[in-house]
Design a protein around this ligand. Structure first.
Ligand SMILES: Nc1nc2c(ncn2[C@@H]2O[C@H](COP(=O)(O)OP(=O)(O)OP(=O)(O)O)[C@@H](O)[C@H]2O)c(=O)[nH]1
Ligand SMILES: [Mg+2]
Length: 399
């Protein structure tokens, strides 16, 4: 699973990336600081089942702190874009090629309005975040339209009668993972299902691209720089129009993570408060900085960074968490690690899908699964639910 950070230049994408991965990358108040994409690992946060089972767990690939499980997820920070990027302006559309690998997108914006459409610094409050969202989405759609158009001649060749539009478009958009159901839905909505592709107008190609983008790359809007006072008015305007907006302050999250590293505070990413440790000898400047963060968190509930990652995983991608174990009485693997793994699976995953996700061989030899809570036997097609703890019995696991 890969989360992509996209947006206008100089809105704080790399700051969000650094804050969520603890990898400090280039950050600066001018456009195009990021040229090559940064790839890193962030974590989704959830309540672990260890508390319910009353066990002290020792995860192998995730982390559990005080009953809160952090599961790794890949995240990519790409170059910023400016109007005209699909025609090669700024760093051109390379960012879209990088971003298209992502399963879900976080669209980072500068909600304080401190940057113009090219990402150059402005007096806070004079930039227009609503316009920024519109143009970034439009750039994405125009880029998609150009891919479809680029292949238009091929499509005509492949499908001279124009009878098999769905199959051909599916093939052309395969890099984006567009399913036939999504394609059908969009074509139906736009009443294009029975119109031969070769007679589609420019506008129809654009509308099709826009709808496909909404279908296959839903986005969360990270309203970044929400710590700047000019954000408030913009935020109200935005929430009137969009439902998927979360205010955030990546810079403040980064500050908290640094303070944790330096041993100054007790804080877990996503917490709604933090505690300054005794004998942490903070300077007045550091105290003031933490005071600003504290005020922000009180007002917004958190810095927003963790909440946005969680929304990308659980709302956009609708993942569930499943804990596989080999020993159902000890809840452990063969080595005795308790609740060793936590898998983020798609919503409709079955017991057999889980076996395959663990290991191809385990999937091939699947016999049945056991729901550790109820001790019930589950068949291959049994649909798993969030927080299930499952033992897989397979011909390979008997060896
Ligand atoms: N006040 C405030 N400033 C922020 C925040 N996040 C980022 N910034 C500042 O915004 C500027 C741009 O940050 P970057 O992370 O480099 O932005 P970017 O979107 O990656 O920029 P490009 O790679 O150039 O497209 C820097 O000066 C950051 O310090 C925030 O939450 N609050
Ligand atoms: Mg950057």
């Amino acid at each position: 699973m890969l989360i992509g950070l996209i947006g206008k230049a100089n809105v704080g994408k790399s700051t969000f990336f650094s804050a969520s991965t603890d990898n400090i990358v280039n950050i600066a108040n001018y456009p195009f600081t990021t040229v090559k994409p940064n790839l890193g690992v962030c974590h989704v946060r959830l309540n672990c089942v260890c508390k319910e089972f009353g066990v002290k767990d020792n995860p192998v690939h995730s982390i559990c702190i005080e009953g809160i499980r952090f599961i790794p997820v890949q995240i990519i920070d790409v170059a910023g874009l400016v109007p005209g990027a699909h025609k090669g302006k700024g760093l051109g559309n390379k960012f879209l090629d990088d971003a298209r690998q992502a399963d879900a997108l976080i669209h980072v914006i500068d909600i304080s309005g401190s940057t113009d459409s090219e990402g150059k610094p402005l007096t806070p409050g004079t930039g227009d975040p609503l316009e920024d969202i519109r143009f970034v989405e439009e750039e994405f759609d125009l880029w998609l339209a150009s891919i479809i158009k680029r292949d238009a001649d091929n499509i005509k060749e492949l499908d001279p009668s124009g009878q098999n539009t769905v199959q051909v478009l599916k093939k052309r958009l395969s890099g984006l993972g567009v399913s036939e159901t999504s394609l059908d839905r969009v074509l139906n909505k736009l009443t294009l299902l029975n119109k031969k592709f070769k007679s589609w107008t420019e506008q129809e190609i654009f509308d099709f691209s826009q709808n496909i983008r909404r279908e296959v790359r839903p986005m969360i809007i990270a309203a970044n720089k929400a710590d700047i006072s000019t954000s408030k008015a913009n935020l109200s305007k935005l929430t009137e129009k969009y439902s998927n907006v979360v205010p955030c302050a990546s810079e403040l999250e980064m500050l908290l993570r640094r303070a944790v590293k330096n041993g100054f505070i007790h804080y877990l990413p996503g917490d709604n408060s933090f505690e300054i440790k005794e004998n942490s000898h903070l300077s007045d400047k550091q105290k003031q900085a933490l005071e600003i963060v504290s005020k922000f968190i009180k007002m917004h509930g958190s810095t927003g960074v963790q909440e946005i990652i969680n929304l990308a995983c659980f709302s956009l991608l609708e993942r569930i968490v499943v804990y596989p174990v080999e020993d159902d009485s000890k809840l452990s693997d063969k080595k005795g690690n308790i609740l060793p793994e936590a898998y983020l699976l798609s919503k409709e995953s079955t017991a057999k899908d889980l076996a395959h996700a663990i290991h191809e061989e385990l999937g091939k030899g699947f016999l049945f699964a056991i729901d550790v809570r109820t001790k019930r036997r589950l068949g291959a097609d049994h649909v798993l639910k969030n927080n299930d703890v499952i033992k897989i019995v397979s011909t390979t696991s008997r060896k």
